[in-house]
Design a protein. Sequence first.
Length: 492
Amino acid sequence: MDCMKAVIIGAVLSVAAAERRFPAGFKFGTATASYQYDKGESIWDRFVHSRPEAISDRSTGDVACDSYNLWREDIQLLEDLNVDFYRFSIAWPRVLPTGFPNRVSEDGARYYGDLIDGLLARGIEPVVTLYHWDLPQPLQDLGGWANPLISEWFADYARVVYDLYGDRVKTWVTINEPTVICDIGYDGLVAPGLESEGRGSYLCTKHVLLAHAKAYRLYETEFKPKHQGQVSLTNQLMWFEPETEAEAELTELVKALSIDRYCHPIFSGAGGWPPALERHVAEKSAAEGEPRSRLPPFTGEELHLLRGSYDYLGLNHYTTRTVRRAAAGEAVGTYLFDGFRELGVALGARPEWPATMSHWFMVHPEGFRALLSYVKRQYGDVPVFILENGLSDAGTDLDDQPRVDYYRNYLEQVLLAIEQDGVNVVGYTAWSLLDNFEWMDGYQSRFGLHHVDFSSPLRTRTARRSARYYAALARTKDIHAEYEFHKMAAEL
Ligand code: NOJ
């Protein structure tokens, strides 16, 4: 936009929109993840190279954004965004090339240490995810998340990382989005790309949760007394609405499957699986001739280990889906795992919810408030840390006003959840700092506040309009800060 336009808009905006500010201590940040961005030897390397047709543009994350080399530049972008924190993930195979702790990569350890120091030097807090889907391939060869020993292997890895960076990192995210790791990873669409007819995903769910709990307890007993940090996991939680009132009860079961399966064992007072889900899967398994429920039970000791293994509730949210009963024999659609078949549901969306570049993602801001209120009703006053939220588009336009609108409208719902529903939301993370390798969508679907030119060896980063809006938001905590300005500028 040229100067003249800016002057005209400035003059027209003499009546600014009323402020809508987040509370003083509320923190804003942005996020990335290692494979989408940086790289190690992992199940994703194996998957994209052995099954190139699984990625829509047949691309890989071999170089991705090349933040392994360009991290200093990225810290500058973060500083320009005025963010309080930066969420990134550590690639397990970059630190432990075999997956096991007998060999620690000096280079990997130095890389993350430099990044953490670089952030702290600019006053940006590192929020570190231990696992964002890039399992060392040697562990997958031993069964991956279906092998019960993996919770020990994960705790061993966590110990190495806590030892390396625990003095400087105060917020840890053990595992990112178990639903994708287990439900999609064990149903063919993402790495490791297994097909297990509902068995692998539930086994994986149990072992991922236990891995989280062991890493949590390890920190609690051996590191927290010295470093006073906080640990949790983050779940991708969609919101669900019944398509018609007749499907209200069924929708509750979908919530038990999709939201509470990952939350109830950790955040509820009673612990264990959500009872309605446990009953349902046991009945279904028996009816289908299984000798035992596909959803493996917890022992008393496991239940105890999991219950209360959190310092905050991490949540990634993007979209809402409608729920209806599937017709007999109906294919229930993509991005679904066997659990939805088991429940006999089909997910949809209302026609008025705008589509995005991701086939699973429709825009419905009000669903965010409904989800946050549900979390409070289910799990009480736990501090909720929003660790991802953002919009995908084709990425061609630097003038991404729809993304600015998305942030403003979703954040308005977060404010309403705080003010009207008393939800204790403590921070918000925009996904993502940069365009990156969007898993099955390759580089065709973009979430970045910054555009990345993947055709250039320099991987040039350019701020979009949304980056300028987010910088004003993070500085003022006011969702209306510069919003009208950008809206008018986009219309000119
Ligand atoms: C969740 C994942 O954690 C992240 O890796 C992904 O890019 C976004 N959702 C968008 O799909």
